[in-house]
Design a protein around this ligand. Structure first.
Ligand code: SF4
Ligand code: SF4
Length: 379
């Protein structure tokens, strides 16, 4: 398929979703593994015990290939984890979807950046064999000392900067981002969240300069709101910990988002710049009111698949819908049953836990053009 044809199909399917037509989702969020050797304080995925042959019940490569073949309509896939590159056959997982989905446009994976050589090698293998655009985000949650403490790995900051630089050299600056989660920083170090994002930004650029690498701009620095999720992060016991939505923390995150927005230099008419601005405006609204004006696209344009084949509406809502191992690996029978059971309606009526995660926010922005334009006019 030509890229033009695939983009046209994507635009048509997104427009159909915007009018409420319940077709097949364009985007899959796929947890390829829950293996991870970070020790982040706000996520309990790493506590799952690793085993040499793969984690208990994890989908095999044969099963992944069957899932790809049974769902060839996907156009955008977030391959996430755990640490996706801790799955040794990760490039083959991506290749399976690329072979089976002729209109695949966008592939994204996040990385903790610990294993620079491996991440670089896997990104290269994917880039050389997959036609879709590859985007990688590298997690850094603070300046070196704080980042290493929050992520529980010695020299994590330095490894993550090495990985960012290596993958950016490979894929180009528009395809590699830093992702920083705004997790209770003040209590961790005494700085406000706004001060912390400036210190983190400066520390990353200092480290890049020391490596003779180009600086990053604020457009390459994405801020995430922390969320709780039992079936994904396994962190719902963490509410009592600092950094999960206390009033002062929410106010600090709003300030930090505004600060980052004021420093962004993307041109007004850049599509990515506009989407990021809408994301930040709605993140502020979500932090202030617990809701956004944009309707979530879960089970309309997007769906979540766990490493064991369980289907959920999204990363946040602990609402198991069925397992692809019982449907010959097809997602649609499970999605259609969930729609009949009113799960999609509950999402549209905001009767789900409500959140504003980037995984769901970006497709939701596409599927809500009028409200997105209104949000953009307020940015
Ligand atoms: S947030 Fe990501 S890197 Fe950190 S423990 Fe969880 S899965 Fe691993
Ligand atoms: S708004 Fe609801 S359905 Fe959408 S991602 Fe958040 S919790 Fe899930």
């Amino acid at each position: 398929m030509s890229a033009f044809y695939s983009w046209s199909r994507f635009a048509l399917r997104t427009a159909a979703a915007a009018t409420g037509i319940e077709g097949r989702p364009t985007k899959l969020i796929f947890i390829v593994t829950k293996r991870c050797y970070s020790r982040c304080v706000y996520c309990d995925i790493w506590k799952i015990k690793d085993t040499p042959g793969g984690l208990d019940g994890e989908l095999s490569l044969d099963e992944v290939q069957a899932i790809a073949a049974a769902n060839p309509y996907l156009q955008w896939i977030d391959f996430t984890g755990g640490e996706p590159t801790d799955r040794p056959d990760f490039p083959q997982v991506v290749q399976a979807f690329a072979r089976a989905c002729p209109d695949l446009l966008l592939v994204h994976f996040p990385t903790n950046g610990i294993a620079t050589k491996r991440v670089e090698q896997m990104a290269l293998e994917i880039q050389q064999t997959v036609r879709a655009r590859l985007v990688v985000s590298v997690s850094i949650d603070g300046p070196p000392e704080l980042n290493d403490r929050l992520r529980g790995v010695r020299n994590d900051f330095e490894h993550a900067v090495d990985t960012f630089a290596a993958v950016r050299r490979l894929l180009g600056p528009d395809n590699v981002f830093i992702g920083m989660t705004l997790h209770g920083h003040r209590a961790s170090c005494g700085h406000t969240t706004s001060e912390l994002i400036e210190l983190t930004f400066a520390a990353i650029n200092g480290a890049l300069q020391a490596r003779s690498e180009a600086a990053i701009s604020w457009d390459e620095f994405h801020l995430n709101i922390p969320h709780l999720s039992q079936h994904y992060y396994g962190n719902t016991g963490n509410e009592a910990k600092d950094g999960f939505g206390g009033e002062a923390h929410r106010a600090e995150m709003m300030e930090a988002l505004k600060l980052a927005a004021s420093k962004s230099r993307r041109r007004f008419l850049s599509a990515m710049g506009a989407i990021e601005r809408i994301y930040r405006v709605e993140a502020g609204r979500y932090l202030a009111a617990g809701r956004t004006s944009i309707t979530c696209a879960a089970l309309l344009s997007t769906v979540y698949l766990s490493e064991k084949g369980e289907v959920y509406p999204c990363t946040i809502w602990n609402r198991p819908l069925g397992n692809v191992r019982t449907t010959a690996f097809a997602l649609m029978p499970i999605i259609e049953a969930a729609r009949r059971d009113g799960v999609r309606r509950a999402v549209a009526e905001q009767k789900c836990p409500n959140c504003w995660t980037p995984c769901e926010a970006y497709p939701a922005i596409g599927a809500s053009p009028v409200r997105s334009l209104l949000a953009l006019s307020r940015s």
